[in-house]
Design a protein around this ligand. Structure first.
Ligand SMILES: [Zn+2]
Length: 393
């Protein structure tokens, strides 16, 4: 008996406070008090008290009655995503998309706006704060209901501080305290990450939540990757994990990258690199338009870019063994050509065990990936055990 009890205790998730118990309910499935008592191993009275706290905070709500084999059917409770809202902000070089979402990242109000990241943090974050306030009003929610803000920036971000670190296309932003500046405007916690990481998070949560090991690759003006391993976004020690744009492509010795090194993937295979190499195109969007119009030279150039990206991804596949590679960013809009090029090289250059069940596909969330991921990042913070414990205290 003692053995069995010890085993049960080891198997039971470590659940101490209301915040921990809430994590069990985040999947949205209704549960009874008895269900929660059984899973947590806590007394019914303890569970009942915690349910009351979470109900009072609005985080869970009654979800009808469970079926009963006799007597009065027990009440069930489920996560109430509309309890609070978060703001997702996806900042690009020349545009921004903001979305106000509920706690399940369902979009309640959204705005696309042109802006120039080169205007610097002052004017750009002013615009973000003003637009965020408009979205709150539009959705009929008060500023006090904002539980957090997630921001994606088009450059390297030190994850612990949320500060951009020598971002090449963002003059004036180096070391800018984005969380403090926006936190003062919104009076809510602000989390900042690079655009590729939030896209990876958004695509993973919205399109492939059950895929535990996924590599998201953005191919646009630049190239970068976001790593989902064991179900979570992995940022590395400083936040620069997945920065594959400046990995050297094997065999290229004559192309100098803007970073000063020779043969970087970004200098050879990004949307901008392809646009510069083709006749009559100046932007990645021009390349996509040509491919869609059936232009042979453009299609071949995109396919070759896919092969070059594949050469670098083959190494990533060996290191990380993802079960899925998702290609996003504007060049993914060129259709199958880029994916075909990537598949060609990755399958040829990786060991069979790594590629046996590897799927290589284009992203499903398209231009929404960034705001969805920014929202998910803010939600994860707002609904963490610690944050929920503080909220109900
Ligand atoms: Zn480079």
């Amino acid at each position: 008996m003692v053995e069995v009890a010890r085993e049960l205790m080891q198997q039971a998730p470590k659940v101490s406070g209301a915040g921990d118990m809430f994590q069990l309910l985040r999947d949205g499935r209704p549960r009874t008090r008895a269900d929660l008592a059984a899973v947590t191993g806590q007394a019914r009275s303890t569970v009942a008290a915690r349910i009351d706290l979470l109900m009072a905070a609005g985080l869970i709500a009654p979800a009808g009655e469970a079926s009963s084999t006799g007597g009065r059917p027990p009440a069930t409770f489920a996560f109430a995503p509309s309890a609070r809202v978060v703001l997702g902000v996806d900042l690009g070089a020349t545009h921004a998309r903001l979305a106000l979402t509920d706690l399940a990242s369902t979009v309640l109000a959204q705005r696309d706006l042109p802006l120039l990241i080169t205007d610097g943090p002052g004017p750009v974050l002013d615009q973000v704060a003003a637009t965020g306030a408009e979205l709150l009003a539009e959705a009929g929610r008060s500023p006090g209901e904002l539980a957090g803000v997630g921001v994606g920036l088009p450059g390297p971000v030190e994850h612990a501080t949320g500060k951009p670190n020598n971002p090449p296309i963002m003059p004036g932003w180096d070391d800018a305290d984005v969380p403090a500046i926006l936190g003062a405007r919104f009076h809510a916690p602000v989390l900042v990450d690079n655009d590729v990481n939030i896209m990876a998070l958004g695509e993973h949560r919205a399109a492939w939540p059950d895929v535990a090991d996924l590599l998201f690759v953005k191919v646009a003006t630049g190239i970068g990757a976001g790593i989902i391993a064991d179900g979570a976004l992995r940022r590395g020690a400083q936040g620069s994990a997945g920065d594959i744009g400046h990995v050297a492509v094997p065999g290229v010795t004559d192309i100098v990258c803007r970073c000063g090194n020779i043969g970087c993937l970004e200098a050879i295979a990004s949307g901008l690199a392809v646009a510069n190499a083709l006749e009559g195109t100046t932007t990645p969007a021009d390349v996509v338009a040509l491919v869609r119009a059936g232009d042979v030279a453009a299609s071949q150039a995109v396919r070759q870019a896919g092969r070059d990206i594949g050469a670098v991804l083959a190494t990533s596949v060996s290191l990380l063994n993802p079960s899925m590679i998702v290609i996003g960013g504007i060049l993914a809009d060129a259709g199958e050509h880029i994916v075909a090029g990537i598949r060609e090289v990755v399958y040829q250059r990786s060991l069979p065990l790594a590629t046996q069940h590897l799927r290589i596909v284009t992203a499903r969330t398209g231009a929404r990936a960034g705001v969805l991921g920014a929202s998910a990042m803010a939600v994860d913070q707002a609904l963490s055990s610690e944050a929920v414990d503080r909220l109900v205290a």
